[in-house]
Write a protein that binds this ligand. Structure first.
Ligand code: PLP
Length: 393
């Protein structure tokens, strides 16, 4: 088996990279030298099989319009069948230029202005931006935080889903940023409440492959027959190709498919898909499982490294190894004022990590760190945090 060198550090500046070249997108105090441990974008070079297939496709010399064909659909179905025992009907798969646009299409199609869309903060902040942008109302089913252990408030979810004005639950499964992988029982309860109250579920399962050893992700479609569910999956996080716009939207119900097609094909003429995305997905799903497995091992070790490092240098840190994603969710409140620490990290220690507050008010006090990077970068980032905290205490 091919062994990856995941310790290798690559130069990524000057590639229009959001993570490296556009940090001011998140914080204008950053500079050209800032170390970016933010955004969900890995520092691991993508698999050779993906690179080769992209090169070959470009060298073919034609990049005309393309559409998802059987080979692509087989590759997608094969992956989810093998990894999750989830049988997807090819007819259920619809191309979307990303999951976030798909959330926008679903909200536009299934709700009217003013209607409520339920989210579970702290959660991936574009969810609330899209809801606001569409003139809908954000309904918070805030997660219960018991010293860093997050749980769903089912009584509150039931109350909010029972309000006929609240039409959709945007479910992040696994959950970014807190890193929970919802259990079968939690998902059954969510599906049960939504079915009982006739609430649509849009399940964003983009992080489904990025789970720890011994933690299992359950695609929501494998645990319920509730028909009003839209699931979004994508190779983008799993294979580190988030710069290419691609997602597979899975819709089993015929009525819901019609609504979806009316919104996407009918209103926005989304019929074709980029040819590079098609070949990339085929290569990724069919040939690159080995890459994902090695990256997952490395991420697991990075989390363990971080745990040990924090225990040694900042033992009062609120930190728990997440069940999924490659994002750490950390609370340094025992040591420093949150705003002061953020300021010191950026201005004096040239490190960008994300403030938990951007994921909603319940994220206040936390930071989100992307640990999908060579260990040397992670260690450098952690040492800057320790130095900043030492400055402030
Ligand atoms: C939970 C979640 N959903 C969606 C996205 C982005 O999806 P896309 O680029 O396909 O719109 C991300 C990226 O970080 C994410 O973490």
């Amino acid at each position: 088996m091919k062994l990856l060198d995941l310790n290798k550090v690559y130069r990524r500046r000057n590639t229009d990279s959001v993570k490296w070249d556009h940090m001011d997108f998140m914080d204008e105090r950053t500079s050209e030298t800032t170390l970016p441990l933010w955004l969900s974008d890995m520092e691991f070079k993508i698999a050779d099989e993906i690179l080769d297939t992209l090169k070959n496709r470009v060298e073919h010399g034609f990049l005309g319009q393309s559409m998802p064909g059987n080979e692509y659909l087989d590759a997608v179905c094969g992956w989810y069948q093998r990894r999750f025992d989830w049988t997807i009907d090819k007819e259920s798969i619809f191309y979307s230029p990303g999951i976030l646009p798909a959330i926008g299409f679903a909200i536009a199609a299934l709700t009217k202005p003013g209607d409520g869309v339920i989210i579970q903060p702290p959660v991936f902040y574009p969810f609330s931006e899209i809801i606001k942008g569409q003139g809908r109302t954000i309904i918070n089913n805030t997660l219960i935080n018991e010293n860093g252990d997050y749980k769903i408030d089912f009584a509150d979810l039931k109350e909010k889903a029972s309000d006929p004005n609240n039409k959709i639950l945007l479910l992040c499964s696994p959950q970014n940023p807190i890193g929970r992988v919802w259990t079968k029982s939690e998902l059954e309860q969510i599906a049960g409440i939504c079915e009982e109250t006739n609430t649509y579920i849009f399940a964003d399962e983009i992080h489904c492959d990025l789970t720890r050893k011994n933690v299992q992700h359950f695609p929501i479609k494998t645990i319920t027959d509730y028909k009003n569910i839209i699931v979004a999956v994508s190779p983008s996080k799993t294979f580190n190709v988030a710069g290419l716009p691609i997602a597979s939207i899975v819709i089993d119900d015929n009525e819901l498919r019609k609504i979806w097609l009316n919104e996407t094909k009918g209103k926005y003429y989304i019929r074709f898909a980029p040819p590079l995305d098609m070949v990339l997905s085929k290569a990724a799903y069919a040939q690159c499982e080995y890459w994902v497995e090695q990256v997952l091992e490395y991420i697991e070790d990075n989390y363990d490294f971080m745990e040990k490092y924090l225990k040694e240098h900042l033992p009062k840190t609120g930190y728990k190894k997440p069940e999924g994603t490659y994002l750490a969710w950390v609370n340094f409140g025992a040591y420093a004022d949150y705003e002061e620490l953020l300021e010191t990290l950026i201005s004096k220690y040239d490190l960008l990590i994300e403030s938990g507050a951007i994921f909603g008010e319940p994220g206040l006090g936390y930071f989100r760190l992307n640990i999908a990077c060579p260990r040397s970068q992670l260690e450098e980032g952690l040492s800057r945090i320790v130095a900043a905290i030492n400055d402030l205490t």
